[in-house]
Design a protein around this ligand. Structure first.
Ligand code: BES
Ligand code: ZN
Length: 883
């Protein structure tokens, strides 16, 4: 075992590797419990290293069977094998060949890191530090080597053998039941991109002709018999490949691109060179089993992993502190792809909902960290919303600051300059500074300072001068280890909506027109004087969410309703409605806690009715406007002394009011949006279903039996999972006999399909009733549940902890107890997934005192447990730490 209380790793301690590896030749004989790994490394001293040094290789849970240098076996005393590696204190002075043999047991691997088995097939996961569970190696991304892998297995057990790169040889092993395949990857890569797959798999295949006319064989491998469900993923791959050529000029570089779906996977998917491995939930789709959201996720994840081929693989990270260099940038790229494939405003709204719902929450609590952390204890705990989502926002701000063309020039320079290398964030940003001829040193603070900037905006209109002054102050709150901060560069896209509802030109007094309407803030407080602004003009701030900040502006409810009716920026039009709702909800939360009666706001209902009536708006967009802030959104906006029960009640009251006041319109829309004909997952059809199902949910909110019956009928009769699931989710919110009947029927229909049963687990875990605790306990003992499968754990326990605000945060602390019990039971099986679950406590300090004490007790129970994994210990200690 590794040392669980290892010292933190610091960015400032980085030094280049002492030894480089030019080639890696692996010979892997697969066996369920005794897989033999022979590794042959060509090592040479790094000219950039400080001097002659020992060879230090990482290892995790493996022991060397034999070690040879230039073909000569080493005496046991000539090397040192420890639980976390292998050291050769006195290696040859120059280049040499090191051969190491290990034996591993993939069937016993429950952590799903390194080589493991899933549904009887062999697969690997090496990012971040899994390769060291296969063989001894300098397991760091700045050691890039050319790999050749010979795979051997029983032909019956593993007729399919896949590796990185191109297949160069295959055949039978004479006189045995075994066969082999040799894969060669000509592109140097870090070991975290190594992968192999062996098993009985079926495939959907196609060929892709690249922009320069090369032919690439594409394959999507799935459990035999499920090939039908791999078609959408294959099409999404082709669209991704074409888009990267068109949008970024990036072409695929091998003769083969394979994707394999596996049922047991810690994350969503992995970008191994030429051999992506996916959680099957992001591959398998059919109209009967996958929702529109599932289809959209599949398309986005396929794109994301494919785009890593250039941003991550061809150019990788120097060290794990630079993780956002590949993840933030690749999320930005997949967001752009989805925007081009679907609706840009709807995609932006969805992305900002995710950013606020996860990243803003993380940034406001004890786990806050910069986009580029400067220290970590367990790197797996830094694949966070901050690195991914805020990391993508930082790239987006570069584009907003520089404009599309100069941004693209910076990307081109980055690809040209760093191809084949392991790069840093500084090197990335330098490409943009150079390509655009601008200074980006203050911009680097976005990578270094944690926390969400808060902008206070005060208006002053001078009727005589026709000017509007915007006084803008920025504050960046303290975060763990960062008590005080410096002002950031903030690109604030501005609109001025004139009294007639049309946009006015943005002109700064004394400076003229503002390029693309983007004000660039650089100081703690500054004032922008805009000219040519008549009275009655309303500013539209942070259009398109140009910067990931919180805005406190002195806009009145009338101003917000005006923007909700007229803003030409669809994002801010949506935002205006959200802000109105949020202000109303927060007011009513206070009223409820004080024992008063909730305020009904006819003005808000009217604003929504106007959007509903606007036939120029796309249904998908209207669905977003109609979806009021979530319980999590409200809790985050309240920020302290949070009472989840009061939030739930205030939100329910508003939903009921909307359902009652808008009933006739909702019902007409529900009927009008009905689609006959076969299901298609395209964005326009999905948008109509989305709006129709929001209508159904609001219609049912007041609990009228007719609406419940409508939902029950839709659930029973739907010919696609989107409509069935939406109706079931609506029913789940109402404690009626129809609910239990629909849940039972759903289980019977899909009992053989684990991915669909996950939806059934998740939905029940999210029911906001006191009975849910016992329901979840019961489901955890259901034969379809298993702690060994991350998807099952996330569906049942993850949904309860992350998405059921009232029941996870029960005042009696029983919700916390259930989650702590699960973290402890899971920690010995799969510490990575256990640690992820433990992050559900990240907002504990913001709770009202009773719940805060109960949540703290839960964390302390974890902290007090002996033999906690490093993964969970890291999360728990930081969660409890002072801030
Ligand atoms: N490189 C990651 C997968 C990964 C994450 C490996 C953490 C090891 C540890 C992959 O590119 C990724 O980011 N996957 C995401 C989905 C993506 C669409 C954001 C995931 O797995 O959640
Ligand atoms: Zn990624």
């Amino acid at each position: 075992m590794r040392t669980e209380h290892a010292r933190p790793i610091r960015l400032s301690d980085y030094r280049p590797p002492d030894w480089l590896v030019d080639t890696v030749d692996l010979d892997i004989a697969l066996h369920p419990t005794r897989t033999r790994v022979r590794s042959r490394l060509r090592l040479r001293p790094n000219p950039q290293a400080v001097g002659p040094a020992a060879v230090v290789l990482d290892g995790d849970d493996i022991t060397p069977l034999s070690v040879r240098i230039d073909g000569v076996p080493m005496a046991d005393s000539a090397y040192l094998a420890t639980p976390d590696g292998l050291t050769i204190p006195q290696p040859p002075a120059g280049p040499f060949v090191l051969e190491i043999e290990t034996e591993i047991d993939p069937s016993a691997n429950t952590k799903l890191m390194g080589l493991y088995r899933s549904s009887g097939n062999y697969c690997t996961q090496c990012e971040a530090e899994g390769f060291r569970r296969i063989t001894f190696f300098p397991d760091r991304p700045d050691v890039m080597a050319v790999y050749t892998t010979r795979l051997e297995a029983d032909r019956d057990e593993a007729p399919v053998l896949l590796g990185n790169g191109n297949l160069i040889e295959q055949g039978d092993v004479p006189g045995t039941t075994r066969h082999f395949a040799v894969w060669h990857d000509p592109f140097p890569k870090p070991c975290y991109l190594f992968a192999l797959v062996g098993g009985r798999l079926g495939a959907r295949t196609a060929t892709f002709t690249t922009m320069s006319g090369r032919t690439v064989a594409l394959g999507v491998y799935v459990e035999s018999g499920k090939e039908e469900r791999a078609g959408y993923a294959l099409e999404a791959l082709e669209r991704s490949m074409r888009w990267d050529e068109q949008a970024f000029g990036r072409e695929y570089d091998l003769d083969v691109f394979n994707i394999v779906a596996v049922a047991d996977f810690n994350m969503g998917a992995m970008e191994n060179k030429g051999l992506n491995i996916f959680n099957d939930k992001y591959i398998l789709a059919s109209p009967e089993t996958a929702t529109d959201a599932d289809y959209a996720h599949i398309e986005a994840v396929i794109a994301h992993e494919y785009f890593h081929n250039w941003t991550g693989n061809r150019i990788t990270c120097r060290d794990w502190f630079q993780l956002c260099l590949k993840e933030g940038l690749t999320v930005f790229r997949d967001q752009e792809f989805s925007s081009d494939m679907r609706s840009r405003p709807v995609k932006r709204i969805a992305d900002v909902r995710v950013l606020r719902g996860h990243q803003f929450v993380e940034d406001a609590g004890p786990l806050a960290h910069p986009v580029r952390p400067d220290t970590y204890r367990e790197i797996n705990n830094f694949y966070t919303a901050t690195v991914y989502e805020k990391g993508a926002e930082v790239v987006r701000m570069l584009e907003t600051l520089l404009g599309r063309e100069r941004f693209r020039a910076g990307m081109d320079l980055y690809f040209a300059r760093h191809d084949g290398h392991a790069a840093t964030v500084e090197e990335f940003v330098a490409c943009f500074a150079e390509a655009a001829g601008t200074d980006l040193s203050q911009f680097m603070l976005w990578y270094a300072q944690a926390g969400t900037p808060e902008l206070a905006v005060t208006r002053r209109h001078d009727a005589q001068a026709g000017t509007l002054s915007l006084e803008i102050a920025q504050v960046l709150p303290p975060t763990p280890g960062q008590p005080s901060k410096s002002p950031m560069v903030i690109p604030l896209a501005l609109g001025l909506v004139g009294p007639d509802g049309d946009d006015l030109p943005i002109r700064l007094a004394g400076h003229g027109p503002v390029d693309r309407g983007v004000l660039v803030l650089t100081r703690a407080a500054e004032t922008f004087v805009l000219e040519g602004v008549p009275a009655g003009t309303v500013p539209s701030l942070n259009r398109g969410f140009s910067a990931p900040v919180k805005i406190n502006a002195d806009l009145t409810s009338d101003d917000l309703r005006f923007l909700a009716a007229h803003d030409s920026d669809p994002f801010n039009r949506w935002q205006a409605v959200q802000t109105l709702a949020s202000e109303l909800l927060i007011e009513n939360v206070a009223v409820i806690r004080a024992g008063g009666a909730v305020r009904h706001d006819g003005g808000f209902v009217h604003a929504l009715a106007a959007v509903l009536a606007d036939e120029r708006l796309a249904p998908a967009y209207v669905a977003q406007v109609l979806s009021i802030p979530s319980e999590g959104d409200i809790a985050r906006d309240i920020g302290r002394d949070v009472d989840p029960e009061a939030i739930y009640l205030a939100r329910q009251a508003l939903r009921r009011a909307l359902g009652n006041d808008l009933a006739p319109t909702l019902r007409i829309l529900y009927d009008r949006l009905r689609q006959d004909g076969p299901y298609s997952p395209d964005a326009a059809s999905a948008g109509r279903r989305a709006l129709r199902n929001v209508c159904l949910d609001l219609l049912a909110a007041p609990g009228h039996p007719a609406a419940i019956t409508l939902a029950a009928a839709q659930c029973a009769e739907a010919d696609n999972m989107t409509d069935r699931m939406a109706a079931l989710a609506t029913l789940a919110l109402h404690d009626t006999p129809q609910r239990e009947a629909a849940l039972a029927d759903f289980f019977e229909r899909f009992r053989t399909d684990p991915l669909v049963i996950d939806k059934w687990f998740a939905l029940q875990a999210m029911i906001p009733d006191p009975g849910t605790l016992d329901r979840v306990r019961g489901l955890a003992a259901h034969p379809a549940f298993s702690l060994a499968n991350p998807n099952r754990v996330r569906a049942l326990i993850g949904s309860f902890a992350q998405a059921n605000h009232t029941q996870f945060n029960r005042a009696d602390g029983e919700g916390y107890r259930l989650v702590v019990d699960t973290v402890l039971a899971l920690d010995g099986v799969n510490p990575q997934v256990a640690a992820r679950l433990a992050t559900a406590f990240r907002s504990w300090r913001a709770l009202e005192p009773t719940r805060r004490a109960a949540a703290r007790a839960g964390l302390e129970r974890l902290a007090g447990t002996a033999s906690l994994s490093r993964d969970v210990a890291d999360i728990v200690e930081r969660s409890l730490g002072e801030r």
